[in-house]
Design a protein around this ligand. Sequence first.
Ligand SMILES: [Zn+2]
Length: 466
Amino acid sequence: MPSSSPSPLLIENCRHVATFDDTGRELEHCDILVEGPRIVAIGPGLRQSRQLPPDIPCIDATGHLAIPGLVNTHHHLWQVLTRVMPSTQHFTLFNWLLTNYEVWKHMDPEAFRVGATLSLAELLLSGCTTASDMQYLYPQTQTVELIDEEIAAARDLGIRFHPTRASMSLGVDDGGLPPMVLVESPDRVLEDYERVLSKYHDPSDFSMLRIALAPCAPFNAREELFRETAVVARRHGVLLHTHLAETPDENDYCMEKFGCRPLEYVCRLGWEGPDVWFAHAVQLNADEIRRCAESGMGVAHCPSANARLGSGVAPIPAMLEAGVRVGLAVDGTSSNDCGSLLAEARVAFLLHRATWGVDSFDARDALRIATRGGAAILHNPKIGRLEVDCAADIVLIDENRLELAGGSSLDPLAALVFCGLQRPVDYTIVNGRIVVERGQLCRVSESTLVRRANEATARLVGRENP
Ligand SMILES: [Zn+2]
């Protein structure tokens, strides 16, 4: 099927439409008309005013709230196969990683494919239409083409995908964290950047696939690779991504190895600018927040993973106040261990209120970083809002569901965050195509996926615990 079919779709009679446009308009009783990948009209009575044919493909959205598809800005899709692993449940980041590495080193292409499919399916069911991913796991027993597995999974499901060709190049023998079997040489990584970019990167409007480059973190990627990656990314006009300032351990590591804090370290290597986004940034101080705002670096906020690993609460209200671009992310599902981006918005909302007070963060702040914030991080102005000529990435939620009853008649948009959803969204539409319908994935069998995932997990963990 072509990726930009001009076929129309009328989403008729939405009770509410939260546009997340520049003025934050929230409309009532509107239709949304889609042609191909884009929204061409939003307003009441479009069937009549546009003289649309009676048999136009149509979703009856009576009683539904329409929001822009959510944007996930950081993930490790395969990690879903090792979520809730008992041996990691009580660890902070470094010990959690060291334990997981011993299992992840056995990952194979089938496990990557099924893990990616499962994680992306969870995102679609929670209203996410664009996902980034940081695929840094390339066991030396496998070929470099593991990122191809997740790209294929995204295509199968119909989600918009912004994966990063990530890597670990500093192993335990050289002062890094991962075992050497998970370490790639910088030359191999640089060579594969060219392969992945030329094979997959599509910078066009309404692109379903864009690539970014991502040495994993200061404690597992070589200095020269950080430097070289910035050069390659700027030559190709693609974005740069890494983990940064996640834990006090990382601060200590960088002070000891490099004589400075993590942000200063990567900035010295050329990583300062609006084409850079960092995952976590929990440990940024006031000067560093100001530097990110002034230089334009973005932050992927991962509140559940930060809480789960005891890393702390990222100072997001202060970042937003300073003008830092902030997006939301579930992070890898071994540290979340829930793959719902809408649930993540609720966690962010609650954590910031618990930490900084009730006036620090509201429901619309949480949804705004999950939509417009993510779009800004990924430099994609076509997503994250419902406006004419933007991508038809649209999520519909029936307001008449049990968990929203009462509240949805008062403030249905806030209810998504205050109440949370107990079941999947009703419709997820990506680039004008319906990929979740009545709460069900359209393109894969959920029961088959669960069986394959459980088999992959048993195979992986069984190797460690025969
Ligand atoms: Zn991560």
